[in-house]
Design a protein around this ligand. Structure first.
Ligand SMILES: [Zn+2]
Ligand SMILES: [Zn+2]
Length: 259
């Protein structure tokens, strides 16, 4: 089996990572509408018929706002925690007819050729999880939308072969910016988002010995700059900043794998 992955969008206007193992392909989060999803999948040479399903991290619109519409149009199921399912149902974003599979926040499962390990994270959602995905040999860790690192997160992400890691904001830029105070407090708080510095420290705390890919993701348009995020992760890796990948809102990033 070979593991590879790409993104068709990353940031507060919509997230969608594509992960492939063997003949299985899933969308990890679904914040882009069906026509935009279809259009961007074509950029990485995929069609809706190539997909096995949608994995959701939590109910926020940029991750799950389009899951129901995409699942319906493409005829694929949605995997999510019970808490996420309740939150989506209550806000009318998951009308009854969707095909859903309920998962436990710490219990591994498989979708076809893909092994999926969810792990719980502190974030202001009902029952948020993030994921490590594997073909049985290589492990891709994905971590966005987390207010602060935890020992559980660091134990789970240690020893991965690839990481997609949130670098939401630069702490000086957000406090100097024009967001309302409550929003600055939410984003920088323990259930908000990771700053570049928090991401750097988290990465530095991991076993990095197998890492072949490190990608900065979920960057704030207003409160961050790609160079700052890459420099932060590069410090933790002891590498050049241009080795660090970047996932952007409009383009995500193209296929990456292991050869
Ligand atoms: Zn988000
Ligand atoms: Zn969120």
């Amino acid at each position: 089996m070979t593991l590879r992955f790409a993104s068709i969008g990353s940031g507060s206007k919509g997230n969608c990572l594509v992960v492939e193992s063997g003949s299985t392909r899933v969308l990890l989060d679904c914040g882009l509408n069906p026509s935009e999803t279809r259009k961007r999948l074509a950029r990485i040479s995929l069609a809706p018929a190539d997909l096995s399903g949608i994995l959701i991290t939590h109910e926020h619109d940029d991750h799950a706002g389009q899951a129901y519409a995409v699942a319906q149009q493409f005829g694929i199921p949605i995997w999510l925690t019970y808490g996420t399912q309740c939150a989506l149902s209550e806000s009318g974003k998951l009308p009854g007819a969707a095909i859903t599979r309920t998962i436990e926040g710490r219990e591994a499962f498989s979708i076809g050729d893909l092994l999926v390990q969810p792990f719980t994270v502190p974030h202001d959602a009902r029952a948020p999880v993030q994921y490590v995905l594997s073909d049985g040999e290589r492990r891709l860790g994905v971590l966005t939308d987390i207010g602060a690192s935890t020992p559980h997160v660091e134990a789970t992400l240690s020893g991965c072969d690839a990481l997609v890691l949130e670098c939401n904001h630069d702490i000086d830029m957000i406090w100097a910016g024009d967001y309302p105070k409550w929003l600055k407090e939410r984003i920088t708080g323990p259930f908000g988002h990771l700053s570049n510095l928090q991401a750097e420290r988290l990465l530095a705390a991991l076993d990095r010995s197998r890492l072949k890919h490190v990608i900065a993701a979920h960057l704030s348009h207003q409160n961050n700059r790609p160079a700052l995020a890459r420099e932060a992760l590069a410090r933790a890796m002891g590498c050049e900043a241009d080795w660090i990948g970047l996932s952007t809102q409009e383009d995500g990033f193209s296929w990456r794998g292991f050869s």
